[in-house]
Design a protein around this ligand. Structure first.
Ligand SMILES: C[S@@+](CC[C@H](N)C(=O)[O-])C[C@H]1O[C@@H](n2cnc3c(N)ncnc32)[C@H](O)[C@@H]1O
Length: 356
């Protein structure tokens, strides 16, 4: 596929010409969050029928299921609570949850994208760009497909047992290409050691160093409460297994996977599988407890998503939504639910006897 020249690809090339190669982490950060041309900063093209990303959030049944979790959690914590949605996308999920809630909990979205924040506010949601001013209080945090959007470094095993990092550089034609070099930070070495991640020659792995600070901010404001992540990922031994020897970083252009991460810089989504083992150990290091880990399908079923279907004239359509979200051949097994709780709370809603 011939690459699409974009404003952002030009900016990235100019940057590399001036400053030298950049890490994949910095490239991904620019591609998704550049202040003007980042994929998420821009938000979806207005009037476009093809949204930027297709997630469970587009189903009203998903909002219904998440609302059951929030309600059950608030019954434990004591009502009313604060609900903090991370990375609200188009705002469809948040608006859906607010409409299903029978108690008027304080609903806040933390959104780093300006364009998406505008869409969320248009749906009546209260949007914050940072948690800095937020006081600790009883809270349920919910994040659908946010961890997978955090920028990752890309490293590769070498023949001598060492590990190098992959950078974005320019080839002899001045086009963007991947180039290996020494690790940009010793934190990558530490992460590999802590996670006991062994990479054979040519084996590529993505490492996310943002997770500790991301969780730290949440832990500060959730007093007490639950933090619920829905995402694709697995335990470290699976994410970094030989099956994924080329890594898990992938790009989507208009919801189609493209094999070239430089195909349409700033117009394509980039994402990598989440290393749940790392998320769990970082959360536990902050004093959070693992409340449970199960598949999205099992979680939503346990929460009683079937009640969404009802017996009305649209029950057939509603059943299809539920099947898509819970089916083992569809989103039900593609996504997992990883839940944390502050000390002293019982295990999380929808997780009874379902630990991974
Ligand atoms: C793949 S989209 C998912 C959107 C929505 N949750 C859904 O399921 O449709 C990722 C979202 O996370 C937001 N995001 C990325 N990094 C973030 C961060 N550090 N804090 C808050 N939001 C973030 C993006 O702007 C975007 O809204």
């Amino acid at each position: 596929m011939i690459r699409k020249p974009t404003e952002l690809s030009k900016i990235v090339k100019d940057k590399i010409r001036e400053e030298g190669p950049i890490t994949i982490r910095d490239f991904m950060s620019l591609a998704l969050f550049h202040k003007t041309h980042g994929f998420y900063t821009r938000g979806p093209a207005i009037g476009s029928s093809v949204g930027p990303f297709d997630t469970s959030a587009k189903f009203s049944a998903f909002a219904f299921g998440v609302t059951q979790a929030i309600t059950q959690a608030s019954n434990v914590i004591g009502t009313p609570i604060r609900v903090l949605e991370l990375g609200g996308g188009t705002g469809q999920l948040g608006a859906g949850i607010v409409s299903f809630l029978s108690v008027p909990h304080d609903y806040i979205v933390l959104e780093t994208s300006h364009g998406l924040g505008i869409l969320q506010a248009k749906r009546g949601l209260n949007v914050l760009t940072t948690l800095k001013g937020l006081e600790p209080s009883p809270t349920v945090v919910f994040a659908n497909e946010v961890l997978d959007a955090l920028p990752v470094h890309r490293v590769m095993g070498l023949a001598n047992g060492e590990v190098c990092e992959l950078f974005v550089d320019l080839d002899e034609d001045g086009e963007l290409c991947e180039q290996s070099g020494p690790l940009s930070t010793t934190k990558l070495h530490q992460r590999l050691q802590q996670g006991n991640i062994q990479l054979g020659r040519g084996h590529i792995a993505e490492l996310c160093l943002e997770i500790p600070s991301f969780l730290e901010e949440l832990e500060r404001v959730v007093k007490p409460g639950y933090i619920i992540f829905v995402d694709y990922g697995d335990k470290a031994s699976k994410v970094y297994s030989y099956r994924h020897r080329n890594g898990t970083l992938r790009s989507y252009y208009q919801q189609q996977q493209v094999h070239d991460m430089f195909y349409a810089v700033g117009q394509q989504d980039m994402t990598a599988d989440v290393d749940f083992t790392a998320v769990i150990s970082e959360a536990q290091a902050l004093g959070l407890e693992l409340a449970g880990w199960t598949s999205q399908g099992t979680w939503l079923t346990n929460l009683g998503i079937q009640k969404y279907v009802g017996t009305g004239k649209d029950s057939v359509v509603r059943q299809k939504e539920v099947d898509q979200l819970t089916g083992q051949a569809s989103l039900g097994s593609a996504f997992d639910v990883l839940m944390f709780k502050t000390k002293g709370l019982p295990d999380g809603p929808g997780l009874q006897a379902t630990s991974h």
